[in-house]
Design a protein around this ligand. Structure first.
Ligand code: NGQ
Ligand code: ZN
Length: 455
């Protein structure tokens, strides 16, 4: 049995900040939380600690094309032209490249303070569109990348069958994503095997969107979730809303709430374009809205009415989605700034009971992300020791205390304020650098060379 005693000058516990806390970690779990305890010789000393953050939505492979789609094209650039560029990138990845790119993305997530990722995994087949000998080959590679980096994985194998609303046949650029219901069932089963040796790993399901899966298909695959999370992209682009209205007479979220048993297990990713009635519907069902502010800005999606949603008791978490830039603090900063810019206000997402915007955002993200990923994210006895420490002496945090540290991290510091990150008691990041940064970075650059040479 391995045991570590971590001592924090201040630690964010479920009931708030506590000072002089010893966390006894045994075999990756929190065995004891001792408040108001002086440090002793056997303790490893840290200043500021908080739970690791859940990243509820990622397409890890897209890290490899980060920054490559920021160029004006021949026709008007949009989400849909970006998607064409993304599809071209997909064509040139094999299993080794998928694994190497995912490892780099997961490493950067850990370095920024995320300790669990919901990988919305939809590239399943080889470049011709044929399944690999092991149908879960690429899921196995995602699991290997999670294992190597140490991040906790909620794997969300994606069901994708159509190019648009109403069951349109998939397009050639989507051939690597496509499964019928029977093969999807086998994929989910094989995905469970692929993660079975990965500590703390979970599997959910993910109908890609109402564009890629019909309501009847979604209803049919739901039992495969077996109580685990159900994630879906919804209402991200106005064109998607218009197409859904033309097809069904309903808006996407309206349609989903009316036709499918959306509840606390569901994570509606983006949900950017919603009416007040749709907001009330989501809140009533207790579903999570998965917000990905950096990607949503990058892709020109529009702005979710986060203040209205949060004020009405809506639950949300954050995702790094396209991984164009991986920084937990920056996701939260942009989430808040979007509201400030749109509403010409300040401190838009601070709860009435919690003046600190940073604390309000962190609390919401921990709870929402935990619900969406099916795994708790609190520092309590019996839970996995997944935590982050911040650099108390950095300029963004110096001479601040408690919630002010969170405001400093999010609004004035960012990723460079992260010091150490532990996952299941293993210290994976020290001084802001992952323990395998060199090896994984080198392999990532080699893999990228191969992918970009081919494209
Ligand atoms: C995805 N990404 O699956 O990678 C999508 C684009 C689509 C985002 N929605 C493809 N951000 O939605 O059709
Ligand atoms: Zn996505």
């Amino acid at each position: 049995m391995s045991r570590t005693d971590l001592w924090f000058r201040s630690l964010l516990l479920p009931d708030g900040w506590a000072d002089s806390v010893r966390l006894v970690v045994a075999d990756g779990r929190i065995e004891a939380v001792l408040k108001d305890t002086p440090a002793t010789a056997g303790d490893e000393l840290h200043e500021i600690g908080l739970p690791g953050l859940p990243n509820l939505h990622s397409h890890a492979f897209q890290r490899g094309m980060a920054g490559l789609a920021e160029r004006r094209g021949a026709t008007a650039d949009s989400f849909w032209t970006w998607r064409e560029a993304m599809y071209r990138f997909v064509d040139h990845m094999g299993p080794d490249e998928v694994e190497a790119i995912a490892a780099q993305a997961f490493l950067e997530m850990l370095e920024s303070g995320f300790t669990r990722v919901g990988e919305f995994h939809y590239v399943h087949h080889d470049a011709s569109g044929a399944p690999y000998a092991d149908i879960a080959e690429l899921a196995t590679r995602i699991a290997a990348a999670a294992g190597e980096t140490g991040i906790a994985l909620t794997l969300l194998p994606v069901f994708y069958l159509h190019a648009g609303f109403g069951g349109l046949p998939a397009a050639p650029g989507q051939r690597r994503f496509v499964n019928d219901i029977g093969r999807y069932g086998r994929l989910v089963e094989a995905s469970r095997k692929a993660v079975s040796s990965l500590p703390g790993a979970l599997v959910g399901i993910a109908p890609h969107s109402l564009r890629a899966a019909t309501p009847a298909e979604i209803a049919e695959i739901l039992p495969l979730a077996a109580g685990g999370p159900v994630h879906i992209h919804v209402a991200e682009q106005t064109k998607e809303v218009e197409d859904c209205l033309a097809w069904s007479g309903r808006r996407p979220v309206e349609f989903l709430l009316e036709r499918l048993p959306v509840d606390e297990r569901w994570c509606l990713v983006h949900a950017t374009h919603v009416t007040e009635a749709e907001i009330d519907g989501i809140v009533a069902r207790g579903a999570i809205v998965g917000l990905c502010p950096i990607t949503e800005a990058n892709l020109g999606d529009g702005l979710f009415a986060a203040q209205v949603f949060a004020d009405r008791g809506g639950r949300f978490g954050i995702g790094s989605d396209s991984n164009v830039l991986i920084d937990a603090a920056e996701e939260l900063r942009l989430l808040e700034y979007g509201q400030r810019l749109a509403l010409r206000t300040r401190n838009a997402l601070a709860r009435a009971s919690t003046p600190s915007v940073g604390r309000s955002l962190i609390d919401a993200t921990l709870a929402g992300g935990a619900q969406a990923l099916g795994a708790p994210s609190t520092l309590a006895v019996g839970q996995s020791a997944d935590l982050v420490s911040l650099k108390a002496d950095g300029n963004a945090l110096a001479h601040r205390r408690h919630d002010q540290w969170l405001d400093g991290w999010i609004f004035a510091g960012g990723r460079q304020a992260v010091d150490c990150v532990w996952r299941a008691g293993a210290k994976l990041v020290t001084g802001g650098r992952h323990i395998h940064r060199e090896v994984i970075g080198r392999r990532y650059r080699q893999a990228l060379h191969r992918v970009l040479q081919g494209s």
